[in-house]
Structures are given as C-alpha cells and as structure tokens.
Design a protein around this ligand. Structure first.
Ligand code: CA
Length: 226
C-alpha cells in the first residue's frame, strides 16, 4: 500500500535530500545514479512514481523518460536545473507528467508528488490529530482547546511535519530540509522563530506545551510531562 518512489538523480546531495525527506514521509524510496541504473530498477521493482533528473551522465533524462513511458504509465516528475522552457516542452513531449525547476523546496516537491499519486488514486483531505491538537489539511487551519487558528504557509508546513511525525525528535537538519529546502542558508534562528509562533498559536493562554525543545538536537511533538 505504501507508494514506492524511484529517484533517478546523479547529484549525491540532491539524491540524499530526496531520499531522506521522502522516507520521512513514509514513502518507500529507491535511488538510481544514472539512467541505465534507473531503468533497471524500474523494471525489477516497478515504482508508483519516478523522480527523474534531466541532466544525467550518459543517457539523458528525456531518453530515460521515453523508455519508461514505453514500458508503463508510471507518473514521471522531471527535475530540471534550468528554467529553460525547451526543457519543459521536451520533457512533456517525452511523456513526463510534470516538471519541477531546481532549486525547489521539499514542500513544493511533495505537493507535486502527492498530486501525481492522487491522480492515480483519489483521496480526501484529512485531519491530523495529536493529543487535543488538530490540523486540517483541507482548510490548513489548526484547532485546540475549542479555538480554531489560521497558519501562515511556513507555520502550516512546520506543524504538519510535527503532526506527521509525533513523538519523534526532528533534528534541525531535517526541519531545514523539509520546510525550507536544501538551498536555505544554515545557521539562522528561523526554526526557533517559527516554533515560537506555533507555540503561541497552539498553547493559547495556558494550554500545556506540545512542541518541546530537545536541547542541542531539535524539537519533538509530545505530551507534556505530568
Ligand atoms: Ca544531474
């Protein structure tokens, strides 16, 4: 039942970024470092979706796309380093379903991935629940202690990350990757700032803390100690 995603990307940093983030989202992730490797893996273990870089050593992404498409209807999301419109057109001509221009945020990517998987298998908006906190993926609002609150885009992404991974310590690196993307400069206090915003919204006047600091590591969503 868990969707399987095949990442075909020669650049180690981006390949690992994608694998780490998608694994956190509970997808099963296979990786390939070039087109030949990718086509073999797609044949041996058919994926539910392919993330395909265009600029690959040897066989380029367009050719890989054509060959994948010749063999199956698997959704293909192409990654391009260039803004070039020709890439987009060529990718769609080759049978890709969608494309994403680098640099992209993980959240953007995840939205495209979900949309493509949804097209194959429709699903409804859901409400994440943890303790007495709720997060509605349809309205993108939170609710706690009888109060509904709005969230900015980044607040929503951060809270959704916590809600999808309750009681797991999320390291600062994972949070940066997932909410701000790999191109975001490190060393900033932006996570602290957004955690503070979320605490203000989720704790109201005097509700027990749910987003806890794990000193020197990151944050965790869990019930307060009794
Ligand atoms: Ca590449």
């Amino acid at each position: 039942m868990t969707p399987r995603i095949l990442v075909i990307e020669d650049e180690e940093r981006i390949r690992q970024f994608l694998k780490r983030g998608l694994t956190y989202e509970n997808y099963v992730v296979d990786t390939a470092i070039d087109g030949k490797d990718g086509l073999e893996k797609a044949r041996d273990t058919p994926p539910d979706l392919v993330l395909l870089d265009i600029m690959l050593p040897g066989m380029d992404g367009f050719e890989v796309c054509r060959r994948l498409r010749a063999a199956s209807d698997v959704p293909i999301l192409m990654l391009t380093a260039k803004e070039a419109i020709e890439d987009r057109v060529a990718g769609l001509d080759a049978g890709a379903d969608d494309y994403l221009v680098k640099p992209f945020s993980f959240d953007e990517l995840l939205a495209r991935v979900r949309a493509l998987l949804r097209r194959a298998q429709p699903s409804q908006p859901q409400v994440h629940r943890f303790s007495d906190l709720e997060l509605d993926t349809g309205t993108r609002q939170g609710r706690r202690g009888g109060e509904t609150f709005d969230l900015t885009a980044k607040e929503y992404e951060l809270l959704e990350l916590f809600m999808r991974n309750p009681r797991q310590v999320l390291t600062r690196d994972v949070i940066f990757d997932r909410v701000w993307g790999y191109d975001f400069g490190g060393g900033s206090n932006i996570i602290e700032v957004y955690v503070r915003y979320l605490r203000q919204k989720t704790e109201g006047e005097d509700l027990p803390r749910l987003i806890h600091t794990v000193r020197g590591v990151g944050y965790v969503l869990r019930e307060s100690d009794a």
